[in-house]
Design a protein around this ligand. Structure first.
Ligand code: PLP
Length: 362
């Protein structure tokens, strides 16, 4: 049916990005935090939305200043790096932040480079913004060395470089020394996608911002922060970068309800991040469980793991789903043949996964 429309040539034959949303299954396929908000947070959210409701005939704060100030304070508290509101930008999920980055710094005639396998939205966002995409393979163990990264950057001279750490879907952290080497070598912007930073033991690249004015560190409230439904992503960068993003954002892109919900969640930071250790403990149970079944897993610094390899990963994915457990079949991705990805659930969800996996592997 699309064929009948004058849709862009480069979109013909493509499928929309997405993973199954099966509410009846144990949902371990999109790297969410499995713990929902507490009754206290729910009550606060209801109160905050109620207070905003009478003003909904007005557009929201176009610059989202109060929210950005809260995010800056949050990042400063986590990293010890003093950040002001002018160094923080927010949008509807870090996907939108990254799209804006490519709108401002990529575009037709320009290129972005990523180290694959990595987050598959990066090349899709490049494609949607008319930015060329250069895929550079990671090492066989999915790590990224400074030498390999710098060689790729020198060879391709991209306008934007993506380094995802911890990396999705492998969970691999990239040492700060590698990020530094990329920043030294890159002729353009360097985006460090830290969507899973709060789970990681590796330090954040936010500490490098002062030295590298073309460095951007993106974050999200969708993962450790347990607010995927709010759709709030953000980045820290130099004030000039934030100004550039303001040139491409849609007016009033963050709804008043998104802004109050995100601010209310940030006021409950201790509670929301209080689940991180539990999530990591369940992830570690998954690691041990996979090993006990003779499977391999990739060392992970995030809330998910790659496990396998399976001779027929699609069949294993289906067999797990037949037992009520939804994981992600990433085996079609570059260098990922045979692998599946699962994210940590609650204790009982993790038990369901491990029981199902035992049956399937047997
Ligand atoms: C590495 C990475 N970056 C960014 C995102 C986007 O998250 P959101 O748009 O929910 O902030 C994801 C989501 O899975 C991700 O894995």
């Amino acid at each position: 049916m699309l064929d009948a429309l004058p849709v862009r040539d480069d979109l013909r034959g493509k499928q929309p990005y997405g993973a199954p949303q099966l509410l009846d299954a144990v949902q371990l396929n999109v790297n969410e935090n499995p713990y929902g908000p507490s009754p206290e947070l729910v009550a606060d959210l209801q109160r905050a939305v109620g207070q905003a409701a009478p003003t909904l005939h007005r557009y929201p704060d176009r610059e989202a200043l109060a929210l950005r100030a809260d995010l800056a304070a949050y990042l400063t508290g986590r990293t010890g790096v003093p950040l002001g509101v002018e160094q923080v930008w927010a949008a509807n999920g870090s996907n939108e932040v990254l799209q804006q980055v490519l709108q401002a710094f990529g575009g037709p005639g320009r290129t972005a480079l990523g180290f694959e396998p990595s987050y598959s939205m990066h090349p899709l966002l490049a494609s949607g913004t008319g930015t060329g995409w250069v895929a550079v393979q990671r090492a066989a163990d999915f790590t990224l060395s400074a030498d390999a990264a710098v060689a790729a950057v020198r060879e391709h001279r991209p306008d934007v470089v993506f380094v995802t750490t911890p990396n999705n879907p492998t969970g691999t952290s990239t040492p700060l020394t590698v990020v530094e080497a990329v920043c030294e070598a890159a002729p353009g912007m360097v985006v460090v996608d830290e969507a899973y930073a709060e789970f990681a033991t590796a330090p954040s690249a936010i500490g490098l911002l002062e030295r590298y004015p073309r460095l951007l560190v993106s974050r999200t409230m969708s993962k450790a922060f347990a607010m995927a439904g709010t759709r709030l992503g953000y980045l820290a960068a130099s004030p000039a970068v934030v100004d550039a993003l303001r040139l491409v954002r849609l007016p009033y892109h963050l709804s008043a309800l998104t802004q109050v919900a995100a601010r209310t969640a940030l006021a409950h930071t201790a509670e929301l991040l209080g689940t991180v250790e539990q999530v990591k403990a369940q992830r570690d149970r998954m690691v041990r469980g996979a090993r006990a079944l003779g499977l391999q897993e990739v060392p992970t610094d995030a809330n998910f793991l790659l496990f396998g390899p399976f001779p027929d990963p699609a069949a294993t994915w289906q067999a797990l789903l037949d037992r009520g457990v939804l994981v992600r079949d990433v085996s079609g991705g570059p260098g990922l043949s045979g692998w599946l990805r699962v994210c940590a659930g609650t204790q009982s969800e993790t038990t369901r996964f491990l029981d199902a996996l035992r049956e399937v592997v047997a």
